[in-house]
Design a protein around this ligand. Sequence first.
Ligand code: PLP
Length: 397
Amino acid sequence: MSLFSAVEMAPRDPILGLNEQYAADANPNKVNLGVGVYYDDNGKLPLLQCVQAAEKALMDKPAARGYLPIDGIAAYDAAVKSLVFGTDSEPVKSGRVATVQGLGGTGGLKIGADFLKKLNPQAKVLISDPSWENHRALFTQAGFEVGSYRYYDAVKRGINFDGMLADLKAAAPGTVVVLHACCHNPTGYDITPAQWDQVIATVKAGQLTPFLDMAYQGFGAGLAEDGAVIGKFVAAGLLFFVSTSFSKSFSLYGERVGALSVLAGSKEEADRVLSQLKIMIRTNYSNPPTHGGAVVAAVLNNPELRALWEKELGEMRQRIKLMRQKLVDGLKAAGVKQDMSFITQQVGMFSYSGLSKEQMVRLRGEFGVYGTDTGRMCVAALNSKNVDYVCKAIAQV
Ligand code: PLP
């Protein structure tokens, strides 16, 4: 009898399982669209020029690696606040935002979830149906009962907005509602600004707690455009949580750079919230790592590097848009009769293709084209060399 004899084997992460299958596939034409990663037109993970320049400057003046403060690099936290809320915004000026550096967007979400569990232990959490896989697991692991609100409408190929609103209206006061601020993962469908107004009114009337997951700021319409939804929540007088990820927007996946921002009612309240967030961090991993935060802070706080970053981010955004158009055109040219133009209405890195599990399995087995069983494909992994092949493969299934 071992201490671990009753330990069950946990299910494999579906995306990582797909990656392993892809790696073992001998098909020379194979394409991995199962990932949640941006690749450039050569199929390579980019190392942004702004990141290289910031790293070079850091290397030119090598610094010792002491512990960072529990809440991270002050210049980093300040830059995140400005990016999320706007430099001249009332919340930033009045000091009522508490921001902490986190281990990627996931880390920001988990710090927020742990704090919320202490704040309101009885609350339930609602996530979109479907949502990023880890939302349910993460909030469940933090001790919450996690339910969902309607979001994707497979028949209509879009959002079931009436269903979403009805589910939010039915939620008990205090319910934590996880909302994708932009570039909904996995569907690629975002609600319109007018629909956001309705969501905000419902959240306010129902006294729900909004938790905005902003993992793709800059991949939708632009940094300011994607951040505009935050301004709407502020204008409505709501207090809320925002997690930020720089994994995709800086192509710094492995450095684990992200943040959590909490908008409180006053500076004094924000200070108290910050003190509690620090306990969550201190008891989990004590304080964040130095390198990624230092790079992002250097870029965001230097006008030249910042401009370079915005240019490079814009290029990533435009390339994804181009691939969406090429997909639509290519599918038509390959003989697909159905109107596939919904792909260009979606935003961000992903597309819910509308393909069935059987079709996705055939795409993998017969063509080496890998997407998830739900029909999600990463448009950001398409390029000028593989898009025609992918279109022909889809046309055949
Ligand atoms: N939230 C959403 C919606 C995501 O898609 C992702 C990453 O895929 C994350 C959070 C996590 O980001 P990070 O890798 O920075 O932890």
